[in-house]
Design a protein around this ligand. Sequence first.
Ligand code: AP5
Ligand code: MG
Length: 215
Amino acid sequence: MKVVLLGAPGSGKGTQAVNISEWYKIPHISTGDIFRSNIKNGTELGKKAKEYIDKGLLVPDEVTIDIVSDRLKQSDCEKGFILDGFPRTVYQAEKLDEILNEMGATLDVVLNIEVPDSEIITRMGGRRVCTKCGMSYHVVFNPPAEGNVCKNCGEVVIQREDDREETVLQRLSTYHKQTEPLIEYYEKDNKLVTVEGQDNIDDTTSCVKKALGGM
Ligand code: AP5
Ligand code: MG
């Protein structure tokens, strides 16, 4: 199963990707997580990405596309993958088509998780993330384990630096300008399935399951 997850910042892409990854036993590839792990490790890529991420802007295409292209060529992607946060521009989507073409593969589905901006702003303030495995939590809707640690790997969870309200507003604006046009791109390709993501996490997971054909 080859899946792309589309949706605004905070729409629940990371939360739902974890389920899809378990159902199909396919890797969850989040470009945001890759950048954050590079920032944490102080790599050159991390330093470059941080300049853009902290401002709520997109990391330049030429940096991002190469990372995804290398990752998709790894053997664990042969059976499929979930791309979370890539593509984010029409140019990235065109490049993804080229990469998949070279691999003799095509996307099965592009799942678009729709959530109103007002709900997103509420969610981001309560989000906590694991600095080791990237798992997302919410202080009210999906709390981490006792002691503020990740249920998956036991690492301490923190608030993301780009979850400050002014950065969230910029990220939303970046999304509407640069990423939302992908809805039309994949609609034309007959790959798009939209799920409502404003209900609670479990209800959204049920909608995702249905959209993927019941599992
Ligand atoms: P990235 O890490 O991809 O951030 P994003 O797209 O802004 O999305 P988020 O991770 O913020 O949200 P999400 O949809 O995963 O939601 P989550 O499940 O956590 O990218 C970060 C930055 O990296 C970008 O701004 C950009 O600079 C750069 N970047 C990344 N990819 C790039 C690319 N391809 N090109 C260029 N630059 C790129 O859920 C959010 C919160 O809500 C959590 O607290 C969660 O617990 C809670 N929640 C989830 N679902 C529900 C629900 N149904 N009800 C209630 N709460 C819920
Ligand atoms: Mg995410």
